[in-house]
Design a protein around this ligand. Sequence first.
Ligand code: C2E
Ligand code: MG
Ligand code: MG
Ligand code: MG
Length: 288
Amino acid sequence: GRNARDILKNELREVLAKGTSSTPGLQSDPIATKPDFGSLEVYYQTVHRAEGGYPASGAEALVRWRHSQRGLLTPASFIPVAEEGGLIDALGFWVLREACRTACKWPEHTFVAVNVSPAQLRRPNFAEEVFAVLEESGLPPSRLELELTESSLIEDNSDVYSVLQSLRSQGIQISLDDFGTGFSCLSHLMRFDIDRIKIDRSFVSLLGTKANGAAIIGAIVALSRNLGISTTAEGVETEYQRDFLAALGCTDLQGYFFSKPVPLRELDCFREAESAAGLLTPISGAVA
Ligand code: C2E
Ligand code: MG
Ligand code: MG
Ligand code: MG
């Protein structure tokens, strides 16, 4: 109800105000005068090339709220609250900063994808704010991918258009998330020069059933290829889906079959490169 949302909103406001410490576990501070509502954490889910043995090409940042009383909350339970409460900008920039700092330590050919809410994109200075985060973190713009939803682009807004132009002019990649679930008007969407389309998992889950999943995905992939747009299939859960999507010509694949979203400390696939680059401090005598 409304009251529960208001409580959550106020708690989130406090979490953001204290800087959303990314060190979980400090549940109670005896000196603190304010209650502790936990902290935000960024989880990462790898994205894999559909060719060459499915190497990880990058990872998507997915925010979590480690709430001291309610446990680990997924975005569905608090992103709408953040949007409604005017907190999405603060939350979004915190995630962006975390993701850029983290990806700096990954291999150079990898990207990090960050979700962007429609309200963030409506900020006239959004592009400049993103550039500032990139500069501060040292991540090359070409290694950042911003995931937008169709609803961000549907409002015929020339400001959004120029913000996107500005982001792309610096080499930031733009992808369209959950593709196919909105009221996509293709000609409208193509006006925005998208780098990647993420095919919603509702289509992927139809593969191997009698429904038209394969035909729809095939059409999206063919269209994208003709336009020079990459495609990522979301929600790949089975080997059958992986093979089918690779055969259809998707460029990248993402889903539980490869990995669930995991906290940074469990993201192993970029670790070898990190330690090779001398970025991990070896703990002598430590037993794993
Ligand atoms: P999304 O961007 O479409 O992210 C994919 C969602 O699908 C994630 O849910 C992920 O955990 C889930 N998923 C991935 N692979 C599979 C699979 O194989 N099977 C199934 N059943 N699910 C899979 P999550 O992490 O709960 O995030 C939900 C949504 O919240 C995201 O959807 C995104 O729209 C939003 N979100 C997450 N983090 C942020 C953020 O930092 N900012 C904003 N504005 N939105 C965010
Ligand atoms: Mg996404
Ligand atoms: Mg998605
Ligand atoms: Mg989706």
